[in-house]
Design a protein around this ligand. Structure first.
Ligand code: ADP
Ligand code: MG
Length: 337
């Protein structure tokens, strides 16, 4: 789509994750706004060619529930980034070792930013998020034979047309976890995956459960602060923060980060799962959610991977069926946030 020139104006940095940065860019000759994920990759030529081939193949991913990617090959090389005054060339972005993934810009950003801004989200909208994520996962699984592996609020995007789409699947997700001791570790990971078990779509189902519960209550369900304090009183660990953990999702601030993450991972594996709507149990969240929403979230948060329901089973869940048909206007809601 960008045959003629390859000049982009950099409008804004949208965020950065464990690896790489996401920029909002404008293609100068067409005026098109895009998002670009730029990931430094320390790899040999052969490996880089493989990665670029995979980036190119991402344009074959076409689903209303998946962010559209644009073909890097159409851009040609070199790509030039200008600042807003059209003067400075941001040469560090052109560095040979970057891999860029150009994709559609989702102007309402991710559900991580949305909950940070507006807090808990109403059940009707969360139902639409559940439908979109399940459909996106089904599409990836049925058409491309891949799992997502990194379902979390920051990888679920919204635009002002009311579309809800997944990003960071396939190579984009793979790039996130290329290097680093704990790279690719996320607190949204299922107990079975933390333990190194075989991945299946049931690991994505767990991550969906944690994500939906977070959207309903407006915060990450596990209590990070309590975990930190409890472990810090027991363990003597160095106070320096470890870069590896800086952008773990959800973010943890300050020193002793490694300890609290390890403690949390341990808690996810050993402790009870969070429960939507339970009364009395120490780790329940009293939510008023009719129509099977609580039952759906709790089905995702089944710790025993054998007993946890599959993607296919959950697509037929009563709450999913009613959310799919519900007349809730996501576009109108998006205009309010
Ligand atoms: P993470 O997902 O771990 O937060 P990323 O580097 O994948 O880190 O993304 C950083 C941020 O960039 C995300 O939180 C999201 O808000 C934003 N972002 C990513 N892709 C897009 C896109 N296509 N449109 C708009 N914002 C995006
Ligand atoms: Mg992401």
């Amino acid at each position: 789509m960008f045959e003629k020139t390859h000049r982009f104006m950099m409008l804004e940095e949208l965020g950065h994750g464990h690896r790489g940065t996401v920029l909002k860019l404008q293609h100068i000759s067409t005026g098109k706004i895009v998002a670009a994920k730029i990931v430094p990759v320390d790899a040999n030529l052969r490996e880089r060619k493989r990665l670029l081939g995979e980036v190119q193949s991402m344009q074959d991913y076409t689903s209303p529930y998946i962010t559209t990617s644009y073909d890097r090959a159409h851009l040609g090389a070199p790509t030039i980034y200008l600042d807003t005054k059209h003067t400075k060339i941001l040469s560090h972005l052109n560095h040979d070792t970057n891999i860029c993934i150009y994709m559609e810009f989702m102007d309402k950003r991710s559900f991580a930013e949305i909950t940070r801004r507006v807090g808990a989200i109403t059940k009707d909208i969360v139902g639409k998020v559940a439908v979109a994520v399940l459909e996106g996962l089904k599409y990836l699984h049925d058409k491309h034979r891949i799992l997502h592996r990194d379902i979390k609020p920051s990888n679920i995007l919204l635009n002002s047309s009311g579309d809800i789409k997944l990003c960071d699947f396939g190579i984009s997700g793979e790039l996130n976890s290329l290097t680093g001791t704990f790279a690719g570790t996320s607190l949204y990971m299922s107990p079975d995956r933390i333990m190194g078990g075989a991945s299946s779509n049931k690991s994505d189902v767990w991550s969906l459960g944690i994500t939906l519960l977070e959207l309903c209550i407006g915060r990450f369900p596990y209590d990070i602060e309590a975990e930190k304090e409890e472990k810090e009183s027991q363990l003597d660990v160095p106070a320096d923060g470890d870069d590896e953990w800086e952008s773990i999702d959800p973010p943890l601030d300050g020193g002793r980060v490694t300890t609290s993450i390890l403690a949390l991972l341990n808690r996810i594996v050993e402790g009870p799962a969070p429960v939507a709507g339970a009364s009395g149990s120490g780790f329940g969240f009293a939510l008023v959610m009719e129509g099977g929403a609580e039952e759906f979230i709790n089905a995702c948060l089944e710790k025993d991977v054998e007993a946890r329901r599959t993607l296919g089973e959950l697509l037929g869940h009563a709450w999913v069926l009613s959310s799919r048909d519900s007349g809730v206007d996501v576009k109108a809601w998006a205009a309010t946030i």
